[in-house]
Design a protein around this ligand. Structure first.
Ligand code: C2E
Ligand code: MG
Ligand code: MG
Ligand code: MG
Length: 275
């Protein structure tokens, strides 16, 4: 085990450590090398504009192609990457890869798309984040207006002053920011008013209940109304049925993303799907 872990990732273990903890440790050390070994991939999930019915953008979602485990979902390694700091180079790699690919499709004659990329709290706290974003845009040739960065409510309340400052620097680049998983955190409406953000993403927890749970439907409606009042774009995630999409359109939601439109897919598949 120690050998497989390599130098920097070396950790001691004791015989009484349970198997789960051992597995976690092994995965963590493998994760450390996965970036150099080229084991990460970016998948893309289309977003549909509800007024025109056109595909307006894609969200980049990272995947880990593990040699023995197959495709590992981000829920299993993003928190680990966040703890170890790997999220900084990994997040930058995702942004750079996605910006280059999306720009590339446009160059090959496909309709121009917007690109959404998730930012973790640790990435958001990095003092050079706006500088990094600016460099990636310059290198890839992706127009700033095409890029949207997704942050979560959790991150906003940690340090409001820093959040406002960073968001303003990002906004000055011409890049948009959305609040992901909206409604699941604790953002106060007063914060929301003060922040230079452009869109809200209704969490799929609420979308899920549309058509079955009247509370969920009411929450989805309230988020759409809030977005309109604050002049923010509203996009619903986790849309799986036609009924959910219709409900959202009728209530003024701007765009939808979810299995009803398409699952996240690798770049090669997406370009085929688009044409
Ligand atoms: P998220 O940003 O809220 O992404 C949406 C998640 O919902 C994705 O899961 C997507 O595959 C899933 N999804 C989309 N449509 C549907 C649907 O109709 N039904 C259901 N049941 N699920 C749907 P995924 O790809 O497993 O990603 C999970 C989370 O991992 C993301 O949630 C995001 O928070 C994080 N993540 C993914 N990629 C990155 C990344 O590059 N950087 C960072 N920091 N986080 C990432
Ligand atoms: Mg997201
Ligand atoms: Mg989300
Ligand atoms: Mg529910």
């Amino acid at each position: 085990l120690a050998k497989a872990q390599g130098g920097a990732g070396y950790r001691f273990y004791t015989p009484d450590m349970n198997t789960r903890a051992m597995e976690r440790l092994l995965l963590q050390n493998q994760l450390h090398q996965a970036l150099e070994l080229g084991q990460f991939q970016v998948h893309y999930q289309p977003q549909m504009d509800l007024r025109s019915g056109r595909i307006c953008g894609v969200e980049a979602l990272v995947r880990w192609q593990h040699p023995e485990r197959g495709l590992v979902p981000p829920a299993e390694f993003i928190p680990m990457a966040e703890d170890t700091g790997l999220i900084e180079p990994l997040g930058e790699w995702v942004l750079r890869t996605a910006a280059r690919e999306v720009r590339g499709w446009q160059d090959r004659g496909l309709p121009a798309l917007n690109l959404s990329v998730n930012l973790s709290p640790r990435q958001f706290r990095h003092p050079d984040l706006p500088g990094m974003v600016e460099r990636v845009l310059a290198e890839s040739g992706l127009e700033a207006e095409r890029l949207e960065l997704e942050i979560t409510e959790r991150l906003i309340i940690v340090d409001l002053e820093h959040t406002v400052d960073t968001l303003s620097r990002i906004a000055r680049l011409g890049v948009r920011v959305s609040i992901d998983d909206f409604g699941t955190g604790h953002s106060s409406l007063a914060y929301l008013k003060r922040l230079p953000v452009h869109a809200l993403k209704i969490d799929r927890e609420f979308v899920d209940g549309i058509g079955q749970d009247s509370d969920d439907a009411a929450i989805a409606e309230a988020v759409i109304a809030l977005g309109r009042t604050l002049r923010l774009q509203v996009i619903a995630e986790g849309v799986e049925t036609r009924e959910q999409a219709s409900f959202l359109r009728e209530h003024g939601c701007d765009a939808v993303q979810g299995f009803f439109i398409a699952r996240p897919m690798p770049a090669g598949e997406l370009t085929g799907w688009l044409s």
